[in-house]
Design a protein around this ligand. Structure first.
Ligand SMILES: [Zn+2]
Length: 463
């Protein structure tokens, strides 16, 4: 795909292209900029420069353009656009930022490939929750009051690819409408293409039916879903629809090829708690979680009462918190933990904050020349460790699909080990049975129900 074609698709489809482009440059699309995925307070685009869309094709083309920003920065080619249904005003755009290209050579196992060509630059997970739709929801929730943004049910997230479970949870939590271009039969909420949302727990199904729409694509499909989304009556061009699908597939292939040292098995690692050279590792995690490395359990799959007590202490010291999640590395070290922050954002769940803290700290250590070797020697894919919830997610709220989805995104990277006991909890939500919590899983899209075979397990405490 040539840059010219991208520009034509991304720019000319919008009536106010000249006005739109400066707005795009100012709203987080420059891949050289510092990441703002976890900074929902990033400066918004100037409303006068964001442009307005007048039909579904313009929005789909902008979502596609945004998807290319993600792909060019080394992540998945998926993009989202937040638009005001009444006016067509584009409020914000966000590309996928899960992966990021490392500075040349860092963290890379890259060697010349069999064909003799040089391997692509290594990419590395910097935030498994940095999907476009989730970032748009976080941005909206952080800025709606200050910027006087319209109510969420009058806004549509237009996304190049059907939202995953986490993003569906974020969209339903925020209360947005969702307009979808391409489908995803592996992890998309509408993976069957039938638009019935039978993969979601009952209370969420009705909300999704009311909120999600799939644009008509001439020669491909009729409109499907809720007419409450922006420009539901207009069509997306077949080329745009196909390219939204293609840019994602191509990026997924490239991410697989450029993954670097993301998933070294624990047998080849040294324990950062006892390795004298790991002082920088320990310090970095202590910055994000002061209790890092204070608790170690003999078997990383058997959390102890000490882990429970550390999580309870976190909840007690966090305003409004009712839950906490800790991450035990393969050596059984409680390396990071986080409490939920409901007073900051309903999307700041304990799990989202915990998995993000691990990934971002690991990325920062891998990116720096001085710490990259020891990071590669002591840290690995979180699938080799154990996430321990103080309280399991409530299976009757959007929280459950948000957290299950974020867990799927955490473990979905290529070569991740799939170990069911990597998701454990001490307590169930009030009035919820273990069966009700596990019953959510079999209906979920294939990534979660089959590929990862998620199985939240109650902690069997070590003696
Ligand atoms: Zn997503």
């Amino acid at each position: 795909m040539s840059a010219t074609r991208r520009q034509v698709l991304g720019w000319s489809a919008l009536g106010g292209a000249a006005a739109l482009v400066p707005g795009l440059a100012g709203c987080g699309l420059d891949s050289s900029r510092a990441d703002s995925s976890s900074s929902p307070t990033a400066p918004p685009p100037s409303p006068s420069a964001t442009g307005e869309a007048t039909n579904a094709e313009a929005l789909a083309a902008l979502a596609l353009w945004t998807a290319y920003q993600g792909e060019e920065a080394g992540s998945y080619g998926i993009g989202g656009v937040l638009v005001d249904n009444a006016t067509g005003t584009v409020l914000q755009t966000m590309p996928n930022r899960v992966f990021r290209t490392l500075p040349s050579g860092k963290g890379s196992e890259a060697s010349p490939s069999a064909s003799g060509s040089t391997a692509p630059p290594a990419t590395f997970v910097q935030d498994p929750t940095a999907h476009g739709e989730r970032q748009l929801a976080s941005w909206y929730l952080a800025n709606r009051t200050r910027l006087g943004l319209p109510p969420a049910d009058r806004l549509t997230v237009v996304t190049s690819l059907d939202p995953c479970l986490m993003c569906t949870g974020a969209i339903l939590t925020a209360g947005f409408r969702a307009g979808v271009v391409a489908l995803d039969d592996f992890s998309g909420v509408n993976y069957t293409g039938k638009g019935t949302f039978t993969d979601l727990p009952e209370p969420l199904r009705a909300q999704a039916l009311d909120s999600f729409g799939y644009y008509r694509v001439d020669g491909v499909r009729e409109f499907q879903g809720s007419p409450s989304i922006a420009y539901h009556e207009s069509a997306v061009q077949q080329d745009t629809y196909q390219e939204c699908s293609d840019v994602y597939s191509q990026s997924a292939d490239r991410v697989r090829a450029a993954r670097g040292t993301a998933s070294v098995p624990p047998s080849k690692l040294t324990n950062p708690a006892s390795d004298p050279e790991s002082v920088n590792i320990r310090r970095a995690f202590e910055v994000v979680y002061p209790g890092a490395f204070d608790v170690s359990v003999r078997d990383g799959r058997r959390p102890t009462r000490a882990v429970y007590n550390a999580l309870v202490a976190l909840v007690a010291s966090t305003p409004g918190s009712t839950n906490a999640v800790g991450f035990l590395d393969p050596f059984g070290n409680l390396i990071v933990a986080a409490a939920d922050q409901p007073t900051v954002s309903p999307l700041n769940t304990a799990f989202a904050l915990c998995t993000r803290a691990y990934a971002q700290t690991r990325y920062a250590l891998t990116e720096r020349e001085i710490t990259a070797p020891v990071a590669a020697q002591t840290l690995t894919n979180p699938g080799y460790g154990t996430f321990v919830f103080l309280r399991a997610p409530d299976p009757f709220t959007p929280e459950v699909i948000f957290d299950y989805g974020a867990y799927g995104s955490t473990l979905a990277s290529p070569a991740s080990p799939f170990i069911p006991s990597a998701f454990q909890y001490y307590e169930l939500p009030p009035g919820v049975s273990e069966r009700e919590l596990q019953d959510v899983v079999p209906a979920l899209p294939p990534l979660y129900s089959q590929h990862l075979a998620m199985l939240p397990q109650r902690v069997v405490e070590a003696p």
